[in-house]
Design a protein around this ligand. Structure first.
Ligand code: ARG
Length: 457
């Protein structure tokens, strides 16, 4: 395609390092879509006669169906998907095919194809994240009152409900989806027609191609159009943050399904057995969700480093945007699907979680709050008194609620029987009614709000 000034072909290794067809063949549908929009515009602008436009359009549709049918041959010697499509088009329609590349370059072509691919992928990720939110909100509604320990530093802190914990991830996913949508807004400008880097002398209509491809507008600067991949960086960045959220939840599932915790049971569908230890049920899906965050973040950092020293405009370095992006975004898609499956199937072990919620002096804050509320004690002093009571109970190896009133009164004589009410974990949880707090009534309201907002699947 570009061999006019070359006397011999590329070295074998040159071909190998240069070719992107092995991975950018994934862009075939976007490439053909872009070419169809471009050729239609060339016709409408009077740059190509209608018969050439018709021949090229028919040829592109044939190529499209060959690719869809799997009969298309991707030849490494043709470097990339853009040249592969054009070369096959030439075989089908003859030299007229050469007119398709009027007023465009592979530089604006690849930028357009990548934007189209990333845009479709962001939309799909948004829908999948919504589905995971739905699964979590449904679980939250079912378990609005299922008590579990809340942790800080992975030490029992205060009782919360399992529903509340699920809704924490619904909120995170809501922000993840916001980032997907924000990235889409900035991505949605069309580079096609920027040509190699400087624009073109042909009277093209970039607004028409932008509209035909579903972009909001054409990009305003031809150098920027072909030189940046920030749209991919933003998508990968949003994907990385989402992957981090999923990884944290996956880690919790791994810990919670251990025999030592036994807080939840994962289903047969999302666990595996061991070939040697018959008792085992391994949370492989959760572990892999946790691990895939590494690949996704790796793709982001990889592309950031590729881009950071490049002078304007296009450099071949930018071809390295693809493998990481094509690996990372589908990996996130798989993680979202696996998480939704795990959540829909999982069963909390309510009695174990409840017992754990009551251990570790998790209602100590409730006791301190009682001292403040009922005795008018300053919080710092209440904290101190409670600390002494916890010390007394732990010295005897018993729970706060098991301390006799007389023993408590030796620490604080004004304590009464009424204090036992707040030492129960159900009361503790029910009392957390501040906005955003864990009280079951709050959790139910929030879960219902989300389910309404998310709508049916
Ligand atoms: N395969 C190339 C890429 O992905 C397409 C653009 C090539 N442009 C060029 N001037 N060599 O970046």
């Amino acid at each position: 395609m570009w061999g006019g000034r070359f006397a011999s072909g590329p070295a074998e290794i040159m071909e190998e390092i240069n070719a992107s067809i092995g991975f950018d063949k994934r862009l075939a549908p976007q490439d053909i879509r872009g070419s169809l929009a471009h050729v239609a515009m060339l016709g409408a602008a009077g740059i190509l006669p209608p018969e050439d436009v018709a021949a090229i359009e028919a040829g592109l549709k044939t190529v499209e169906s060959e690719i869809a049918a799997g009969s298309f041959v991707f030849d490494r010697a043709l470097e990339d998907i853009h040249m592969a499509v054009e070369s096959r088009l030439t075989e089908i329609v003859g030299p007229t095919a050469g007119r398709l590349h009027t007023a465009r370059s592979r530089n604006d072509q690849v930028a357009t194809d990548m934007r189209l691919w990333v845009r479709d992928t962001l939309d799909a990720l948004d829908a999948q994240a919504a589905d995971l939110q739905r699964a979590l909100a449904e679980t939250a509604l079912k378990h609005a009152g299922t008590v579990m320990p809340g942790f800080t530093h992975l030490q029992s802190a205060q009782p919360v409900t399992f529903g509340h914990h699920c809704l924490a991830y619904v909120e995170m996913l809501g922000r993840d989806r916001g980032r997907f949508r924000d990235a889409r807004v900035r991505l949605n400008e069309c580079p096609l027609g920027a040509a190699a880097l400087a624009g073109t002398s042909f009277p093209i209509d970039r607004h028409a191609t932008a509209a035909a491809l579903g972009f909001d507008r054409p990009t305003a600067n031809s150098l920027d159009s072909v030189a940046d991949r920030d749209f991919a960086l933003e998508a990968l960045s949003a994907a990385s943050i989402c992957a981090i959220h999923l990884s944290r939840f996956a880690e919790e599932l791994v810990v919670w399904t251990s025999a030592q915790f036994n807080f939840v049971k994962l289903s047969d569908g999302y666990t595996t057995g061991s070939s040697i230890m018959p008792q085992k049920r391994n949370p492989d899906a959760a572990e892999l969700v946790r691990a895939k965050s590494g690949r996704i973040i790796g793709a982001l950092t990889g592309l950031m480093i590729v881009m950071k020293g490049l002078p304007l405009a296009y450099s071949k370095d930018m071809q390295e945007d693809k493998e990481g992006t094509f690996d990372a975004l589908p990996a996130l898609s798989l993680c979202l699907a696996a998480m939704a499956g795990m959540v829909r199937d999982l069963e909390p072990v309510a009695d174990v979680m409840k017992r754990a919620a009551g251990s570790g002096y998790a209602t100590a804050t409730d006791l301190a709050d009682w001292l403040v509320r009922e005795l008018g004690m300053p919080f710092r002093e209440a904290h101190h008194v409670t600390g002494r009571l916890v010390g007394l109970a732990s010295g005897q190896g018993i729970g706060l609620e098991e301390l006799p009133l007389t023993a408590m009164q030796e620490v604080e004589p004004r304590l009464t029987d009424a204090v036992y009410a707040v030492l129960g974990i159900e009361n503790s949880v029910a009392s957390r009614t501040s906005y955003g707090g864990t009280a079951p009534a709050n959790v139910r309201t929030q879960a219902e709000r989300w389910l309404k907002e998310l709508g049916p699947a």
